[in-house]
Design a protein. Structure first.
Length: 71
């Protein structure tokens, strides 16, 4: 599964979800779902906006953690 590091990036950049959502032009609910690992689908344009805003790569926003559950 993917684990979001968005809260860390927000803290490092001294901003909050509301400010970031307004600046990026995305819904605050979308940003909140990303930050809390509740989002099921992430629009590519949102990923691009996050990478541009935080001057980072996609791997800086999400970390892959292997699921220990059997399918």
């Amino acid at each position: 599964m993917l684990k979001s590091r968005l809260k860390v990036l927000l803290a490092e950049n001294e901003t909050n979800q509301r400010q970031a959502a307004n600046k990026l032009g995305i819904r605050e609910a979308t940003l909140n779902a990303i930050a809390n690992n509740k989002i099921k689908q992430i629009p590519v344009d949102v990923i691009c906006k996050l990478c541009k805003e935080f001057n980072c790569n996609i791997g800086d926003i999400w970390t892959y953690i292997e699921d220990n559950e059997e399918l």
